[in-house]
Design a protein. Structure first.
Ligand code: KIV
Length: 269
């Protein structure tokens, strides 16, 4: 695909707004590396998220907090290179999305300058309005992340369903007014997500937020059975790739031990 063909077929902030306006549902999945991003892009996923969940599902941490900005850039570079059609959004990790405004703007600028990605995601609503405005003012599109905010885990005392509809709606409205192009809503009752979606004109993307939103996002490792242990109620196993890998590795070990791999055809004369 040429650069100009890529530009024409690329999902942008405007495409997402058009999809929301005509009621076409938006699809979003996480990606952290080139081959996975390429497959998801080819499958037609609208938005790829280089999420700081990389800390949990790839690095093996129990929270997203240890992930650094340099690590996000490293993963974003790979995903940005792979995606020809999808819009790619990159998380600002903790505490780069919480320190002074200028620092966050610089981090957002790094994403646009050093990777081929298109936007950043920032956890928070009303309390982040000024930061969102500063970033959008600097030419950095921002997706706001409200509801359950994993970077806030120690303030909340755990990952909890967020039920305060008034606060959630106020967060979404403040993010929209500050210039966020989309609001991601995590782990809220369906009724709250519906109220938020009604209250704003920008698209809403839900995770654990029911159906009454403009689109859905899930963690790719969760839907492929690549996580061990806890899987949230709101996810679904779409393919058991984890088990397929385990079986393939077992077959490989068996064949090597039985000296049936490599065969003559797989060897050089
Ligand atoms: O970091 C991430 O992958 C996310 C998803 C849970 C939406 O924010």
């Amino acid at each position: 695909m040429t650069e100009s063909e890529k530009r024409k077929s690329r999902i942008t902030t405007r495409t997402l707004q058009r999809m929301r306006d005509r009621g076409e549902r938006i699809t979003m999945l996480t990606a952290y590396d080139f081959p996975t991003a390429k497959i998801l892009d080819e499958a037609g996923v609208d938005v790829l998220l280089v999420g700081d969940t990389v800390g949990m599902v790839v690095q093996g941490h129990s929270t997203t907090l240890p992930v650094t900005m340099d690590q996000m850039i490293y993963h974003a570079e790979m995903v940005g290179r792979a995606a020809e059609h999808a819009m790619v959004v990159v998380d600002l990790p903790f505490p780069d999305g919480q320190l002074d405004l200028l620092h966050s703007v610089r981090c957002g600028a790094r994403v646009l300058k050093e990777t081929q990605c298109h936007a950043v995601k920032l956890e928070g609503g009303a309390e982040q309005a000024e930061r969102i405005e500063a970033m959008v003012g600097a030419g950095i599109p921002v997706m706001a992340h409200i509801g359950l905010r994993p970077q806030n885990i120690h303030v909340e005392g755990g990952y909890r369903l967020q039920r305060d509809i008034e606060r959630l709606v106020a967060d979404a409205k403040a993010a929209e007014a500050a210039g966020a192009f989309t609001v991601l809503i995590e782990c809220v009752p369906s009724e709250a997500a519906a109220a938020i979606t009604d209250a704003v004109k920008v698209p809403t993307i839900g995770i654990g937020a029911g159906r009454d939103v403009s689109g859905q996002v899930l963690v790719t490792h969760d839907i492929l059975g690549l996580t061990s242990g806890y899987t949230p109620k709101f996810t679904r196993l779409f393919a058991d790739v984890g088990n397929t890998i385990r079986e393939a590795a077992k077959s490989y070990c068996d064949e090597v031990k039985a000296a049936s791999f490599p065969s003559d055809a797989e060897s050089f004369e």
